[in-house]
Design a protein around this ligand. Structure first.
Ligand code: MG
Length: 228
């Protein structure tokens, strides 16, 4: 059987579906279909990650800052696959080195950490530096700005899928831009990002985004998410 050659350009035009319009204002760049999780005003989209209490990190009208030892915070809303924009800043004053310097973290679904760390002239294990998928993937480059400067992560997270028996049937994937520079290119999430031991794959559904209290005065601002 042979296929006839297509000679008409119209034959390969696809007219449906038409992408819906999403505007992205140039003055503040928050897409019109984004869910704003923090715009400087308050922590109403967040709660304590460990208890059923309010998030107690400090806010100053622009940014929120870790209040050390009050615990990590998480979104009240749960998410599956998302595009996430988040800006962060490590303390300008450098007191310690390695993992104790501007450490925090953005956890997708409370399980998969994109490391936040002041990795500007700061030596640590590379699979634990800024932009690492913690202990799974070293970032492609070090795009870190100096401590005290605002930085951004733009993350595309495709959530893992588990079947009704709890078996992983499609792994998660992460793509990360750090200050606009690609540092993780569609890497396959191996499971939970553990401090000690190997990744785990225990079935779960949608879950919050969590920001880590690692005891350092890391700040965040301008956080928005688009569900995919
Ligand atoms: Mg961390």
């Amino acid at each position: 059987m042979t296929f006839g050659q297509i000679t008409d350009p119209v034959a390969t035009e696809v007219w449906e579906p038409v992408p819906r319009v999403v505007s992205s204002p140039s003055d503040k760049f928050v897409p019109s279909d984004a869910i704003v999780l923090f715009d400087g005003k308050d922590l109403s989209a967040w709660k304590s990650a460990d208890t059923d209490t309010l998030a107690s990190w400090t806010t100053d009208g622009d940014a929120m800052t870790v209040k050390p030892r009050t615990g990590s915070i998480e979104t009240k809303q749960s998410f599956g696959s998302i595009q996430l924009h988040i800006e962060w800043r490590a303390p300008e004053k450098v007191l310690k080195e390695g993992q104790l310097r501007g450490n925090s973290g953005v956890f997708l679904q409370k399980r998969y950490e994109v490391q936040v760390l002041d990795s500007y002239n700061n030596t640590t294990y590379p699979n634990g530096q800024a932009g690492a998928i913690y202990k799974q993937y070293i970032p492609l480059v070090n795009a870190c700005r100096a401590p005290g400067e605002w930085q951004s992560y733009d993350i595309v997270f495709m959530a893992p899928e588990f079947n009704a028996d709890g078996i992983l049937v499609r792994p998660g994937y992460l793509t990360v831009f750090h200050n606009g520079v690609l540092i993780q290119n569609h890497v396959e999430v191996r499971g939970t990002t553990e401090y000690i031991g190997l990744p785990k794959n225990i079935a779960h559904g949608d879950a919050p985004i969590m920001l880590q209290d690692h005891g350092d005065l890391v700040s965040y601002r301008n956080i928005w998410v688009r569900e995919l």
